[in-house]
Design a binder for this molecule. Structure first.
Ligand SMILES: [Zn+2]
Length: 252
């Protein structure tokens, strides 16, 4: 049976609810990613990882459904200087996701995973997670492929400073997922990260260094092999978390 929620009829969806199936909602966005990557990069990575997690969960015997990827969300104005960033403000975005999650809970789902593939969404989605818990006593999960792949990326990366936006990591992922959409002739290292200060983390990295081309990282280090390794690691780790979440009995 398909793991796509949208391909089932309501009888099959009721069966999935009765099995306490896990729902995965991949969430990307559409925003500029420099001259070499498509604006749907985050959404494409979200869809790819969501699909792979769906297949891997099925393989592991975890009942799972994957929803269609959310393609639009919130981007800070620093990237909206370039075209390609249709934007949803923070509160509208949070209300939209909250409303969707709440409706899934009302259908009867209790294990819901937000797969977040865009840094500007992390805190917003974790706030939604807490609001849902307060209102419904249902604890949803947020997973980020970049965080799941962190150990693998740190081990294999060549860029000493790493990648925030459109650099080695994301370009490598896209070289694996859709190499035909990566314009390798447009690579530039002018926005390689140079702000390796203790403020990285406590202060938004976008406020520590000006971007000239809309990037925050160096794509010249990217390889399809690195992308494949990171994405496989994200799926492998993701299934471990989802399995533990599925098997965890809620507190009474
Ligand atoms: Zn991105």
């Amino acid at each position: 049976m398909s793991y796509y929620y949208g391909e089932l009829n309501y009888v099959q969806i009721q069966e999935a609810i009765d099995k306490n199936s896990v729902i995965i909602l991949p969430i990307g966005t559409t925003e500029e990613h420099g001259k070499h990557l498509p604006v749907e990069t985050d959404a494409m990575i979200a869809k790819y990882v969501g699909d792979k997690l769906g297949a891997a969960c099925q393989e592991a015997g975890i009942p799972v459904l994957v929803m269609r990827t959310i393609h639009y969300g919130f981007s800070m104005s620093v990237v909206r200087k370039w075209p390609g960033c249709p934007n949803i403000n923070t509160r509208t975005f949070m209300d939209y996701i909250y409303s969707m999650v709440e409706s899934l809970i009302k259908e009867g789902f209790r294990k819901i995973v937000l797969l977040t593939c865009h840094g500007n969404h992390d805190s917003l989605l974790r706030t939604v997670m807490r609001e849902i818990a307060d209102a419904h006593n249902v604890y949803i999960m947020t997973l980020a492929p970049f965080a799941l792949a962190k150990d693998t990326y740190e081990r294999l990366k060549k860029d000493p400073e790493g990648d925030i936006h459109g650099g080695e990591y994301e370009t490598s992922c896209m070289l694996h997922i859709a190499p035909e959409l990566v314009d390798t002739s447009a690579y530039t290292n002018v926005d390689a990260i140079r702000c390796n200060t203790p403020l990285r983390g406590p202060v938004s990295t976008w406020g520590l260094q000006k971007t000239q081309t809309g990037l925050f990282g160096d794509p010249t280090y990217a390889t399809a092999e690195l992308g494949k390794a990171c994405l496989e690691a994200a799926v492998e780790k993701g299934v471990e978390y989802i399995k533990a979440y599925y098997e965890h009995n809620e507190q009474s």
